[in-house]
Design a protein around this ligand. Structure first.
Ligand SMILES: [Fe+2]
Ligand SMILES: [Fe+2]
Length: 284
């Protein structure tokens, strides 16, 4: 019997976790993104979501591992797991340092997300949890694409922190279709993933803005009109990172959508060329 092809990744795509360290300690103590409290808090806020979020992504994909027949997709699941596990470790370190340096409470930041995940593990069927992961992977992939393809997203940012974000963006690009292909292989429907994108986009903004406000409040800048105007400009005008990803976000609603319809492997190759020393991922 022929082996089923369930991976829709481009031929020759290979990826794995890279062992990286980032010296972010000094910069995390300050407004590391060009001195902007809002933009710094926006990125810090996203980082705070990753350790719990990425555990959820791994669990929801690995749950279906045994149902996957295509050896290539099984390999990709292993690499996806290894990459997300490394991201969790780096962002956990980032988050702990950030909180201890700036006097924030990590527990408070994670409280809502932790409760919602517990609810999802308890109440949602496994395929719904996977649909949520597919939606979140779309969010991370489109933001990563924007960050890697334009040089204005991290302009003015501390170089060590910027390189952490770029590394994460590269690996999100490489594994952007793994959860999607597993979802299709186990019978996931278009309407399940559409609903999941709406819901997960809402919760992404809710959690990010909540944590951002907590940080600004602690820093005494919650009511600074200048910070909010600057933040609004960054998100929606110039560079306008959210405005720019809207079309890509919306493309997910197409019936025939697949993450590799945008073949952006070139961004990974360009990043690899800039890395000192090793240029290849350890396929795990
Ligand atoms: Fe990740
Ligand atoms: Fe991911």
């Amino acid at each position: 019997m022929p082996v089923l092809t369930q991976s829709q990744s481009p031929a020759g795509l290979k990826f794995g976790a890279r062992r990286k360290t980032f010296d972010v300690e000094n910069a995390l103590a300050i407004d590391w993104h060009g001195g902007s409290a809002f933009v710094t808090a926006w990125f810090n806020s996203m980082s705070l979501l990753f350790p719990l979020g990425e555990k959820f992504f791994i669990d929801s994909v690995v749950y279906f591992q045994e149902e996957i027949e295509d050896p290539r997709l099984r390999d990709e699941i292993r690499s996806f797991r290894a990459q997300e596990a490394t991201h969790r470790i780096q962002h956990q370190k980032y988050n702990e340092l950030l909180c201890s340096l700036r006097g924030y409470s990590l527990e408070r930041f994670e409280k809502n997300e932790r409760a919602r995940m517990a609810w999802a593990y308890r109440e949602l069927p496994a395929r719904r949890r996977l649909a949520g992961t597919v939606a979140n992977e779309h969010l991370t992939a489109i933001m990563a694409h924007d960050m890697l393809s334009k040089n204005d997203v991290l302009i003015g940012a501390d170089p060590a922190i910027a390189s952490l974000w770029r590394w994460h963006g590269v690996e999100e690009t490489e594994h952007k279709a793994v959860a999607f292909d597993v979802f299709i292989a186990v019978g996931g429907t278009v309407s399940e993933r559409r609903q999941a994108l709406l819901l997960n986009t809402f919760f992404f903004f809710k959690d990010t803005m909540r944590n951002l406000c907590i940080m600004l409040q602690k820093d005494g800048k919650l009511w600074s009109l200048r910070e909010w105007a600057n933040g609004f400009k960054y998100l929606f005008i110039k560079p306008g990172i959210l405005r720019r990803v809207f079309r890509a976000w919306f493309s997910f609603f197409r019936k025939d959508f697949h993450p590799w319809q945008v073949d952006n492997r070139q961004l990974v190759r360009e990043w690899e060329k800039e890395q000192p020393g090793s240029t290849t991922a350890d396929a795990t």
